[in-house]
Structure formats: structure tokens, C-alpha cells
Design a protein around this ligand. Structure first.
Ligand SMILES: Nc1ncnc2c1ncn2[C@@H]1O[C@H](COP(=O)(O)OP(=O)(O)OP(=O)(O)O)[C@@H](O)[C@H]1O
Ligand SMILES: [Mg+2]
Length: 236
């Protein structure tokens, strides 16, 4: 279980996350929805050790990891697929995957890990020697989620994996991580601006506004409450 208690993240005078508490249970997807600038990415970066935590705690299965480095957190099985397709654009697909594998906790053998990625996304095998930055947006997102999961993480943070992608690619990415979650019992925390699809695949949802949780509950309840329509109209 991944737990966040009263988390505060600030950049100088800007408070991006203002006392957020949430729980992500194993084997299900937990969604954080919120508009542009609500603090989703800051929250995720703080969980993985990449943003400054000013207050509160992050716990993995009860262990306080608030003061651990990002690499130590990765060794504990925490992986983060960052927003905006952060990859090494000049490096090949295979080199990107190898770096991710080295940074993680390496429970699995390199050859097996690579085979699994290529089996899941055959296009990445075809493009294994291609510079990552030259691939399409959809292929880059496949690389991102593959890199994030190459070490069999126990906890997976996915920050807007659908951003800017064609619906058919979104489906492919979503079915990939929902399957990983179901079959491997991975704890998945998903951030999306577009709530509909994310809430449909998740068990529980949190709505973030200006750095605070303004609503939470079983995803089904959030969907039935008309929340999606309210959020969608706010984005128009
Ligand atoms: N590195 C940074 N330095 C200063 N301010 C930042 C930094 N990163 C984010 N912010 C600010 O923190 C607030 C929350 O931003 P954040 O990126 O966490 O939101 P978000 O919900 O992920 O938004 P989006 O949906 O656009 O990705 C915003 O006001 C943003 O301008
Ligand atoms: Mg963001």
C-alpha cells in the first residue's frame, strides 16, 4: 500500500500541494484527477523523490520513505512514468530501456525483461536501435510505460499517460497497465486531466483542486455523481 499523509510541496513561495492525504491500495488503480495546475505532477514527483517535500509523509507498506533519495525509492520498487514523455531522446529505444533497468531494483534478468517489453509492444522491437526522439508520440509513450515497468515495480505512478495520444494508442497503453495491475498486484496511482477513462478503470478516485483534495470516493460514485461532466465543462 502507498500512503501519503498531509503532504506539502512548495517551490519557493508557490505551494503546489497543500496538505494532501491519500491511499493507493495494491492490485487496483487509484486515480488523481484535477485541472491544469492542480498539483498532480508535484504530488507524484514528491512521492518518487523528485520534488521538495515541505511537510507530511510518504509511506510504502508502512515504511516512511519521506527522506529517502529517488534512487533508494526506486530500489524499494517505486517507479514513475513522468508527464511529457521524459526519455533520453538521443539514445536508442534499447538504451533507454537498459538505463531504466539499471536504475530500478533489477529483480529480473535483462534478457527476460527486454523480451517481455518486445512481446508486449512489438513495434519497440522493430525500433530497438532507433533514436527514441524520432519515434511517434504513441511509440514514445509505449517506451515510457515499458521503461517504468521494466523492473517489475510494486508501485507505479503514471502521470497523464494519455496526454496528446490518439484514442487507439490510449486504449493500448491503458490495457497494458490495467493488466499489469491485475496480474502482478501492482499498486497503481494514475493522474489524468480527462477523468472519464481514468475513473472507469480505477477503484478509487481523488479530485485535486489548487493543491488540495476536494473530493474522494469509489470511482463508481464519482462517475455517478456527475463529476466527470462538471470537470469536462471546466476544461472547455
Ligand atoms: N518546478 C516548478 N517551479 C515552480 N513552480 C512550479 C514547478 N512545477 C510546478 N509548479 C507550479 O505548481 C503548481 C502545480 O503544478 P503541477 O505541475 O504540479 O500541476 P498539474 O496538476 O500536474 O498540472 P498539469 O495538468 O498541467 O500537468 C502550478 O501552479 C505550477 O505552476
Ligand atoms: Mg502535471
Amino acid at each position: 500500500m502507498l500512503e501519503v499523509r498531509d503532504l506539502v510541496v512548495s517551490y519557493g513561495a508557490i505551494e503546489a500541494v497543500r496538505g494532501v492525504s491519500l491511499i493507493a491500495a495494491p492490485g487496483v488503480i487509484t486515480t488523481v484527477v484535477g485541472a491544469n495546475g492542480a498539483g498532480k505532477s508535484s504530488l507524484f514527483r514528491a512521492i518518487s523523490g523528485l520534488a521538495p517535500i515541505r511537510g507530511g509523509q510518504v509511506l510504502l507498506d508502512g515504511q516512511d520513505i519521506t527522506n529517502l533519495s529517488a534512487s533508494r525509492r526506486a530500489e524499494l520498487g517505486l517507479a514513475h512514468a513522468m508527464e511529457g514523455r521524459r526519455i533520453f531522446r538521443q539514445l536508442s529505444v534499447e538504451e533507454n530501456l537498459q538505463l531504466a533497468w539499471r536504475f530500478g531494483r533489477r529483480r529480473n534478468a535483462w534478457g527476460d525483461a527486454l523480451d517481455l517489453v518486445f512481446h508486449t509492444f512489438p513495434i519497440l522491437q522493430e525500433k530497438r536501435r532507433t533514436q527514441a526522439g524520432l519515434m511517434s508520440g504513441g511509440q514514445q509513450q509505449m517506451l515510457i510505460v515499458s521503461a517504468a515497468t521494466i523492473c517489475n515495480p510494486s508501485y507505479l505512478l503514471l502521470d497523464e499517460p494519455s496526454l496528446g495520444l490518439a484514442p487507439i494508442i490510449v486504449q493500448e497503453i491503458y490495457s497494458f497497465f490495467t493488466q499489469r495491475c491485475r496480474e502482478d498486484g501492482t499498486t497503481v496511482l494514475l493522474a489524468e486531466q480527462m477523468a472519464a477513462l481514468a475513473l472507469k478503470v480505477s477503484a478509487h478516485g481523488y479530485v485535486l483542486r489548487q493543491g488540495k483534495v476536494v473530493r474522494e470516493g469509489p470511482s463508481r460514485e464519482l462517475i455517478d455523481s456527475g463529476l466527470i461532466a462538471a470537470l469536462s465543462s471546466a476544461y472547455l
